[in-house]
Design a protein around this ligand. Structure first.
Ligand SMILES: [Zn+2]
Length: 210
């Protein structure tokens, strides 16, 4: 009953384009945006320490969904992203079976500001879909790095150098999760940290790529 009243006052809208959705919608995304986000077939990107698979380009519906994820509709958007990313992963490499799913960590101070780490929520969603355990405590950000925004690729690499630390036993095959990849500097630094702590292969998976 309460849900019906809430839906009446705040009708559900698509997180990708803002279109009104039927009151019965389970997920906050319309068919067109679902098709748009699922239509990309981006080639994997090779960095020195990991390969990156991204589901969509950071524009249009995907970009809006990430913005919604940061400010509103967190659960619904992270669930949508997790589903699309799981599909991309399976399409890309059915042979890769990660033993653990690890999100790119936020520094604790930034996490407290926002109350959650959206990459961790996405990783939990992917973990449920793939039935592979995830851990948000195996990799920690030990330095609160300034935002990567506005930095050159070389500055980005320098900015995140030594910012992460692995904890405990790290399994051989890791799936590293983040919401958006830009130059890949953060993902690659996370991968390098995991590789120097026992991992043998790191595959990075993001919802979007700029
Ligand atoms: Zn839409």
């Amino acid at each position: 009953m309460l849900r019906h009243i809430v839906n009446f006052i705040f009708p559900p809208r698509c997180s990708g384009c803002g279109a009104l959705l039927p009151l019965s919608s389970k997920e906050l995304i319309c068919g067109e945006c679902t098709d748009e986000i699922s239509s990309y077939e981006l080639p994997p990107v090779e960095y020195s320490d990991c390969v990156l698979i991204s589901s969509a380009l950071y524009r249009g519906a995907a970009k809006n969904l990430i913005k919604e994820m940061k400010f509103r509709n967190v659960r619904s958007c992270t669930r949508i992203a997790a589903r699309v990313m799981t599909d991309s992963l399976i399409k890309h490499d059915e042979s890769f079976i990660p033993e653990m799913i690890i999100p790119v960590p936020l520094h604790s101070s930034r996490k407290n500001e926002r109350g959650y780490n959206q990459s961790s929520l996405i990783a939990a969603g992917v973990s449920t879909l793939l039935k592979i355990p995830f851990s948000a405590s195996k990799l920690r950000r030990i330095r609160n790095t300034p935002s990567q925004r506005g930095l050159s690729p070389a500055e980005r690499v320098k900015n995140v150098k030594g910012a992460f630390k692995a904890r405990g036993k790290i399994p051989a095959n890791i799936l590293l999760i983040d919401d958006v990849a830009t130059t890949g500097a953060t993902l690659n630094e996370c991968a390098a940290t995991l590789l120097s702590s026992g991992a043998r292969r790191v595959l990075a998976l993001t919802f979007a790529k700029t």
